[in-house]
Design a protein around this ligand. Structure first.
Ligand code: GCW
Length: 681
């Protein structure tokens, strides 16, 4: 049956018969450059993919003997590529990009898949296969593609004991018990899936993990993984617990200005590179949510990051320092802390440091304004941190396609260099001329048979890779590609299924995050509604802190009369939010505390609008089930049933959100639920 293990790399026979015969005519033999680990992967992938899609074995050759030759290689590894006259295109492809082009060679019609590096050829091979998988024309190809972002990474929140923080797809795929000698096929398939979408880095440990990963017994295991990933173009990174010198080094301090501490890290890093010569570097969470950090010694984040950066610079490694901080006293508004802590450090970091910023200032909400740090630290390269795992978006049971969420942030205008200074342009380095650029996604991968738990959660892993390659790709394009490869190329299926995906994020916002309400999920686990909770040890862990609902009204005042977090945005961006009467209503309660009878543009007041959003959201969640049912003819039974059951749970959750939130907020508003919602059933 279809268990989903093959992800989007199923290589099922091309269903369109006319196209199939065109493909067979145009793909008859394969010629690759000199053999190497990566070139062998390319060769096998193309042969396997083509055999599956075309249902015919093509031959592997050393020279072009007929029309339809596929030639894959770099100018260095293949004379055919070297002499093909595609130098200009190759130049545009850069270090990691690829060129796919139709060419006559020795009078025969050929398709060249090339790149300056083998990694580029590998990406090109996957792209070529994707054209076939998605049933695109291939008779005249002229494609040059280069990634817009240099570091395209997954951040695993995997602990050494194999639990996954915020993981909803089983346990960690890293089996520390059987590593380094036993290489689980999953490691290879993981690398292959990532390479197919251009992901070139992986942080395999949780930012909250202890320092055990930096001990020799574990480094040997990490090395084994790095060896598997290397030919797929993927570098390994680790999290570095700031107090490691104390915990595993026996030192008394982890003060970044202490010579002994500096020496310890220099040696530790040197040791890591003896295991993994192309080790990527460290990702660090410091002075956040109880994690140790430089501030424990009255040093700054820059002091901490630079100490590690200096130690790793001789090996060309980098330090990715997270800006997700809210540890010291900040009772007024957690929204403001990262900006307050990091803007003064603009330009104070070494060249091999990136600051990794979550898409929004609170925490991976279903809808959140962009983080005010984007555009506020022009001299320091900022890396985007998205969350692929759905911590606050229904976790393992909800169908939520995240491309629209990611795109919304990337397309937001910071106004930092005037209109059009989008977050994407901050991240891709164009606004400030940064060469070190990155997008990371907190992985949603576990050891479930289908990797991600929910069959549609695979689409979010896919999305992260595609958007990191090119933030301009549309959500429609990504949904379409993924659906065609994962399920079916049937037009009737695609139309309905992509609509289902494209609306899904909007629906979860309606029933869990309407009009800018946020962080009112169950405390700790973050699953389901809990707007009433007020007894957590830290004020900013209480939902009541965020909605501030009482008999007078609801919402978080972040204007000058409140926390003034709005002041952290450039005036152009601020303008859309600062006045409650003109505020983009998606964010009304994010930025304003308004009375219950506050009028919205549609004529409803805030209370009526909340009722409308919760009822509509829950109703639409129910409709997702009906929509899915119409797709039964196109989907294999196993995955059809899985999604049906999950949509049932999601519908129940949406109803729970609606009932719980409206009942709770009604105790504040003391207003009736409008009659039209009081339908029986
Ligand atoms: O979203 C919060 C999560 C924590 C997480 C933290 C972070 C890894 O609830 O589980 O810890 O953010 O991003 O550091």
């Amino acid at each position: 049956g279809e268990n989903g293990y093959d992800l989007w790399l199923r290589y099922k026979p091309v269903s369109n018969h006319i196209l199939l015969s065109v493909y067979r005519k145009n793909i008859t033999q394969l010629i690759t450059g000199d053999s190497s680990a990566t070139m062998n992967i390319i060769k096998n992938e193309l042969l396997t993919g083509i055999a599956g899609l075309l249902q015919t074995e093509i031959g592997y050759h050393h020279s072009v003997t007929r029309d339809g030759a596929i030639i894959a290689g770099t100018p260095r590894s293949s004379a055919l590529i070297r002499n093909a006259g595609i130098a200009t295109q190759l130049q545009a492809a850069g270090d990691e990009g690829f060129v796919i082009t139709t060419k006559k060679i020795n009078g025969k019609q050929c398709i060249l898949i090339s790149g300056n590096s083998e990694k580029g050829v590998l990406y090109g091979a996957f792209h070529f296969l994707r054209l076939l998988q998605t049933e695109q024309p291939i008779t005249s190809l002229h494609i040059v593609s280069a990634p817009k972002i240099r570091l395209r990474m997954l951040d695993h929140w995997d602990n050494p004991n194999r639990t996954v923080e915020r993981g909803y797809a089983g346990f960690s795929i890293w089996n520390w018990h059987t590593l380094p000698t036993y290489i689980d096929q999953r490691y290879i398939d993981y690398a292959r899936a990532n390479a197919s979408i251009g992901i070139n880095g992986t942080v395999i440990t949780n930012v909250n993990a202890n320092a055990v990963i930096l001990t020799p017994a574990y480094l040997e295991k990490v090395k084994a993984l790095a060896d598997v990933f290397r030919p797929y173009g993927i570098k390994v990174y680790l999290t570095a617990r700031f107090s490691a010198p104390i915990e595993i080094g026996g030192l008394k301090t982890a003060d970044p200005l202490d010579a002994g501490v500096q020496q310890w890290w220099r040696e530790k890093i040197k040791e890591i590179y003896t295991y993994i010569p192309d080790f990527g570097g460290f990702l660090v969470k410091a002075n956040s949510e109880g994690q140790p950090g430089p501030q424990d010694y009255k040093r700054s984040h820059a002091d901490g990051a630079n100490m590690l950066a200096d130690a790793i610079a001789p090996f060309n490694g980098i330090i990715i320092w997270r800006a997700f901080v809210y540890s010291h006293d900040n009772p007024l508004d957690r929204h403001k802390q990262a900006y307050d802590d990091f803007v003064p450090l603009n330009g104070k970091f070494r060249d091999n440091v990136m600051v990794q910023v979550k898409n929004g200032a609170i925490d991976f909400m279903p809808r959140e304004p962009f983080h005010p740090l984007f555009g506020a630290m022009p001299q320091t390269p900022l890396m985007m941190e998205f969350q692929v795992t759905q911590e606050y978006l229904g976790q393992g049971t909800s169908l939520v396609f995240l491309a629209p969420l990611f795109k919304e942030t990337l397309e937001s205008d910071t106004y930092y260099k005037g209109k059009g200074s989008t977050v994407a342009k901050v991240i891709d380095g164009t606004l400030d001329g940064h060469r070190l650029t990155g997008i990371a996604g907190v992985a949603n991968i576990g050891n479930d048979i289908n990797w991600c738990g929910h069959p549609f959660a695979q689409a979010n892993w896919y999305t992260l890779g595609r958007l990191a390659w090119d933030p301009a790709i549309s959500s429609e394009q990504i949904a379409g590609e993924w659906l065609r490869m994962t399920f079916s190329n049937q037009p009737d299926f695609l139309k309905t299924a992509s609509q289902l995906m494209l609306e899904s994020r909007d629906i979860i916002v309606q029933y869990s995050n309407p009009i800018g309400l946020h962080h009112i999920m169950g405390t700790g686990h973050h699953y389901g509604p809990a707007p009433w909770v007020s007894n957590q040890q830290r004020p900013e862990w209480n939902p009541v802190y965020y909605h501030k609902s009482d008999s007078n009204g609801i919402g978080f005042d972040r204007t000058v009369t409140g926390s003034n977090a709005l002041a952290q945005y450039y005036p152009g961006a601020r303008k859309q939010w600062e006045n409650s009467h003109t505020c983009d209503e998606k964010y009304l309660l994010w930025f304003h505390h308004v009375p219950w009878n506050f009028q919205l543009k549609n004529g409803r007041n805030v209370w009526e609008e909340l009722c409308f959003q919760y009822y509509t959201g829950a109703e639409r969640a129910g409709k997702m089930r009906d929509t899915w049912n119409t797709l039964r003819p196109f989907v294999d039974q196993q995955r059809f049933e899985q999604v049906s059951m999950l949509l049932k749970i999601q519908h129940e959750e949406a109803t729970w959100w609606r009932n719980a939130c409206l009942l709770y907020f009604q105790t504040c508003s003391r207003l009736p639920i409008p009659l039209q919602y009081e339908k029986p059933g």
